[in-house]
Design a protein around this ligand. Structure first.
Ligand code: CP
Length: 329
């Protein structure tokens, strides 16, 4: 169970692989901790010493702009030493296995690996393989999970709406291939929103999507009614087999968020998107840049959430290692 591997015996975070199985109290603690770090980003000297002397290694096997940069900034604001491994020029391109690469990084006394990988379960595999001294944070694995993205989205929703109680939230677009949607759905339900909806053509919805705790809609006109929060998703063409959509133009006509469709939600609804956005495919420029858009707030909140998760996981690792040492004495 993911929840078991990522928690210490006393229920604190020691890896962050998924929001699945984490309690409302723990998710709220992540949000509250992140809230306390927002002020650090507003100081002249944007640093606190929580991870001083620790080494964080960013292992990104897939492209990333927002996640990789905000993890690096977060680690630096916590005063950690940061190593950004360029996988395309690392020895894995000479045939070295992932396990051998990790062992070498562990031999350099690394304290944390931040991992993005195209394979679902990669971060979990690494958490099971590495020595207990290294904390693993999942920065997105295949179709499975993107837990820090979900938590920065939850922070953004809480900032704009005050609480989760009574909220109706819809995730619109390519749910089928989206690790972001899977993590958001779990986080929203754990935090107690009133309703989570998914809106997409049937070809972009998992068959059993209702089992995740959502209401399924295939028409924007029905799904957008009475919404407080609209989360738009990119078409993840790199994970599509092809033939799922007639054309991007047709997709935009039916599912793209423009001013006319936005007017179907509540007047104070916020518009979110994890990025990268494709203007004119899933969202119009005037909505993406408009007064209801909080897309750039999400990016800023990414730093505070990643500071929270890294500091909490490092503290959980310290607790685990201290009790392991005491047990051996
Ligand atoms: N939202 C997100 O994961 O963006 P990047 O791929 O740029 O990291």
């Amino acid at each position: 169970m993911e929840s078991e591997i990522q928690l210490t015996p006393s229920g604190r975070l020691k890896h962050f692989l998924s929001v699945s199985g984490l309690s409302r109290a723990l998710l709220t603690e992540i949000l509250d901790t992140a809230e306390s770090f927002i002020e650090v980003g507003e100081r002249n000297i944007r640093k606190v010493p929580l991870l001083r002397g620790k080494t964080v290694v960013n292992l990104f096997f897939e492209p990333s702009t927002r996640t990789r940069s905000t993890f690096e900034l977060a680690a630096k604001r916590l005063s950690a030493d940061v190593l950004n491994l360029d996988i395309s020029t690392s020895a894995t391109s000479k045939g070295e296995s992932l396990s051998d690469m990790l062992e070498n990084l562990e031999a350099m006394a690394s304290d944390m690996f931040v991992v993005r990988h195209s394979q679902s379960g990669a971060a979990h595999f690494i958490a099971e393989s590495v020595t207990p001294n290294v904390a693993i944070v999942n920065a997105g694995d295949g179709w499975h999970a993107h837990p820090t993205q979900a938590m920065l989205d939850m922070l953004t929703i809480r900032q704009h709406k005050g609480s989760f109680e009574g909220l109706k939230v819809a995730i619109v677009g390519d749910i089928l291939h989206s690790r972001v949607a899977r993590s958001q759905i779990r986080a929203l339900n754990t935090l107690g929103v009133a309703e989570v909806r998914v809106i997409a053509p049937n070809t972009l919805l998992p068959n059993d999507v209702e089992c995740l705790g959502v209401k399924r809609f295939t028409q924007m006109e029905d799904g957008l009614k009475d919404l407080d929060v609209i989360i738009m998703l990119r078409l993840q063409k790199e994970r599509m087999q092809g033939g799922l959509l007639p054309s991007e133009q047709e997709y935009y006509r039916l599912y793209g968020l423009n001013q006319q469709k936005l007017a179907m939600a509540k007047p104070d609804a916020i518009v979110m998107h994890p990025g990268p956005i494709n203007r004119g495919v899933e969202i119009s420029s005037d909505v993406a840049d408009g007064p209801q858009s909080v897309i750039l707030n999400q990016v800023t909140n990414g730093i505070a959430i990643r500071m929270a998760v890294m500091s909490m996981a490092m503290s959980g690792q310290t607790e685990t290692n201290t009790s392991r040492k005491e047990a051996l004495e």
